[in-house]
Design a protein around this ligand. Structure first.
Ligand SMILES: Cc1ncc(COP(=O)(O)O)c(C=O)c1O
Length: 343
């Protein structure tokens, strides 16, 4: 099976499984799990933030951040294709009582700049407007095709937000992919953000887990809200151990995933009825449009599945994501099968 649905489908490597089997553990609700503590300290140092907390999922990390930064009735500004808005089950409104104010980026790559955000702000407005409580950014930007924001772009937005007393949360589910593209460290990419969430379970390949980072006070409150969300876990060092290995083992492999995505995108660009913006392919995500093809995206994915290749259809588009469990040879096989299906 060539599974290109997402980078969440990776299986733990032998080193991860060994570390999981041998992990020292304790009850993490009592903050007594030495492996979790080690992971949290390592991650905080890596990002240059005061503290971090191990979360079961990226969604929980993002939503705890939204909860901590806002109060009910606030608005949260986010690019219109942002994950927190589109794929987290309306949790900002259900749990935090906030409104999402989606904004369009002038650049089709979904990367916001301050001029996209500023007109949507409600700061010091009369009583009828919900005050802006938070700005959420996403790097890499999943639905825009894995596009990347530089540290400079992120810092510019954060500095402007801070002048108005507004916090910035970065959904960096795939920030290590962004780092591989810009050549910056994850600390540089998130330097002025008040909080950051990133996933161990995506491009880094750990089986489970995400990290939320911020100030010590923010993370102490995050512990309380993680418990309220049902995310207080016990001997979870068995999972944190895989995360520690992922942080060592996986970043060097990401460049190959990006080369595979580029080869896939360039191959797809030559196929009949396919439209792809090659500039949007900056990391490990390849999204292409098949509205001019003889078959629908569902039909194409159905035919691919019959050939043991999995991809995700949405609307007239298909998404394929590379990761360390897909080789370059498998990308070539995928292109060959796609060509047979589309010609
Ligand atoms: C950009 C982004 N943020 C957050 C998440 C949520 O992560 P999880 O599936 O661990 O809840 C995802 C998942 O695909 C994502 O792509």
């Amino acid at each position: 099976m060539i599974d290109l649905r997402s980078d969440t489908v990776t299986k733990p490597t032998p080193a991860m499984r060994k570390a999981m089997a041998e992990a020292e553990v304790g009850d993490d609700v009592y903050a007594e799990d030495p492996t979790v503590i080690k992971l949290q300290e390592k991650v905080a140092a890596m990002f240059g933030k005061e503290a971090s907390i191990f979360m079961p999922t990226g969604s929980m990390g993002n939503q705890v951040a939204v909860k901590l930064h806002t109060k009910p009735g606030d608005e949260v500004i986010i690019e219109e294709r942002g994950h927190i808005f589109n794929y987290e089950m309306g949790t900002p409104s259900v749990v935090s009582g906030v409104l999402i104010r989606p904004v369009k980026s002038k650049n089709p790559n979904g990367i916001l700049d301050w001029t996209d955000i500023e007109p949507a702000l409600h700061v010091d407005q009369p009583y009828y407007a919900c005050p802006t409580g938070l700005i959420c950014l996403e790097n890499s930007h999943n639905l825009a095709g894995g596009t990347v924001m530089t540290g400079e772009q992120c810092t510019a937005i954060s500095n402007n937000a801070h002048k108005l007393g507004l916090p910035v949360h970065l959904d960096g589910a795939r920030i290590f992919n962004a780092a591989a593209t810009t050549g910056e460290s994850v600390a540089e990419l998130s330097k002025e953000c008040d909080s950051v969430q990133f996933c161990l379970s995506k491009g880094l390949g750990a089986p489970i887990g995400s990290m939320l980072l911020g100030t010590r006070d923010f993370i102490d409150e995050g512990v309380v809200w993680r418990k309220r969300f049902g995310g207080g876990m016990r001997q979870v060092g068995v999972l944190a151990a895989a995360g520690l290995v992922a942080l060592e083992e996986s970043p060097p492999k990401i460049e190959q995933d990006h080369r595979n995505a580029r080869a896939l995108a360039e191959g797809v660009a030559d196929l009949a009825g396919v439209k792809i913006d090659l500039e949007s392919v900056q990391t490990n995500i390849v999204i292409f449009d098949v509205s001019k093809a003889a078959l629908s995206s569902n039909e194409i994915c159905g035919k691919l599945e019959a050939e043991d290749i999995l991809a995700i259809p949405f609307g007239t588009q298909i998404r394929m994501v590379t990761h360390y469990d897909v080789s370059h040879a498998e990308i070539e096989t995928t292109l060959m099968k796609l060509n047979e299906i589309l010609k």
